[in-house]
Design a protein around this ligand. Structure first.
Ligand code: NAD
Ligand code: DAU
Length: 346
């Protein structure tokens, strides 16, 4: 059967890398990118593949069950890779209900469509999720696929809930699914509300770098292209009804990461050493701020042979180069609604 894959959230950061990879690598597949184009969705991210013969775009909100059903019918969708979501923790603290709607109700709409249209087992509903569902670690240990869910932010609570719904549709209705829980991504095309692109943007504009709390929180960083490779691997070779953790084996304390970013920015901008670090400003901590995330990615490594290929130093350098080369992209997305949000949050 020729695959007709519905990728939701394909105009966003990770989604655009996944769409590009699938469109280019699998010309025999039909790829349908379904995205509402919220503040985080940007078709500029996909300019290079928008005319590909196997690519279609549908501007649809996943809250609209009728339109989702029409898309399943129109394209005879065989598989779903679901990335569409409200993805930013700080926004979830300001407005949890948006996360309930999109991340939970939107996911259930997609599950209902898949349940209604798929009559055989030769399908797959792939839910792209986050390590934040596991809550926080202390100074030691790792999240495994067996770690108990314990989400602490409205964002992670909504993603945990959507994971549970996906699993429940597998158990109750026999829907073939797979879930991955991944650590912090970075790379080109990430909206400049997240730590790395926000700080690149602020350094370029000589604005303060707001480090939450003491900067002691630790995240595991993964280059977005490595995540797209992992998604490809799990989509094609993962086992149904299983979860795989995806991580970078790459833990950094926020303050150490920010200092590395400042150093690389100074070198690339031809600044005196220390120029960017002088912009660091310690601000009020994020409420409920998880101390540490760290992924044990040995299952995907052993079963599917995946491991990250890009070091943080290399990936960060490539990321900075992309933002410096694409200043118009940054300019375009940092207008209007985005500016209003940043004003109210910082
Ligand atoms: P993003 O915010 O950059 O993109 C989200 C995309 O979803 C956008 O294109 C947006 O327009 C679309 N979208 C939002 N609400 C929608 C709706 N109601 N209907 C249709 N489309 C809608 O997000 P991202 O960082 O690329 O994350 C993608 C997925 O990966 C999310 O599910 C997120 O939870 C998960 N994830 C992200 C990370 C990370 O570090 N960014 C890590 C692990 C998992
Ligand atoms: O772990 C995976 C998750 O990573 C994804 O599921 C989320 O979609 C993604 O947004 C990301 O969540 P974080 O909250 O970890 O990412 P963020 O870039 O917002 O923050 C990274 C760390 O930096 C976190 O400890 C908070 C801190 N931070 C963030 C911002 C935006 C700051 O100190 N200052 C800031 O201005």
């Amino acid at each position: 059967m020729k695959k007709k894959i519905l990728i939701t959230g394909g105009a966003g950061f990770i989604g655009s890398h996944v769409v590009r990879k699938f469109v280019k690598q699998y010309p025999e597949y039909t790829i349908i990118n379904l995205d509402a184009l919220t503040y985080a969705g940007n078709l500029e991210n996909l300019k290079d593949i928008e005319k590909a013969a196997n690519y279609y775009f549908e501007k649809i909100n996943i809250l609209d069950a009728t339109q989702i059903n029409s898309v399943f019918e129109k394209y005879a969708i065989t598989d779903v890779i679901h990335l569409a979501a409200e993805s930013h923790v700080d926004r979830s603290i300001l407005s949890p209900i948006d996360f309930v709607y999109t991340n939970i109700a939107g996911t259930v709409n997609l599950l209902n469509a898949a349940k209604a249209y798929w009559k055989k087992d030769a399908h797959r509903f792939y839910h792209v999720s986050t390590d934040e569902v596991y809550g926080t670690l202390g100074n030691t240990g790792f999240f495994t696929e067996e770690t108990r869910y314990s989400p602490n932010s409205p964002y992670s609570a909504s993603k945990a809930s959507s994971d549970h719904f996906v699993r429940a549709y597998g158990e109750t209705y026999g829907l073939p699914y797979v879930i991955t829980n991944c650590s912090n991504n970075y790379g080109p095309n990430q909206f400049p509300e997240k730590l790395i692109p926000l700080f690149i943007h602020n350094i370029v504009n000589k604005k303060p770098l707001p480090v939450y709390g003491k900067g002691d929180n630790t995240r595991d960083w993964l280059f977005v292209i490595d995540h797209a490779i992992a998604i490809d691997r799990v989509f094609h070779h993962g086992k149904n009804h299983e979860t795989y953790n995806i991580g970078g084996f790459n833990e950094w304390k926020n303050i150490d990461l920010v200092k590395l970013l400042c150093k690389q920015m100074d070198e690339k901008l031809g600044n005196n050493s220390g120029t960017s670090e002088a912009l660091i400003s310690y601000v009020k901590d994020r409420p409920g701020h998880d101390l540490r995330y760290a992924i044990d990615a040995s299952k995907i490594n052993k079963e599917l042979g995946w491991k990250p290929s890009v070091s943080l130093e290399e990936g960060l350098s490539q990321t900075i180069d992309w933002y410096l080369d694409n200043s118009q992209w940054l300019e375009d997305v940092t207008s209007g609604v985005y500016k209003e949000y940043i004003r109210s949050n910082k």
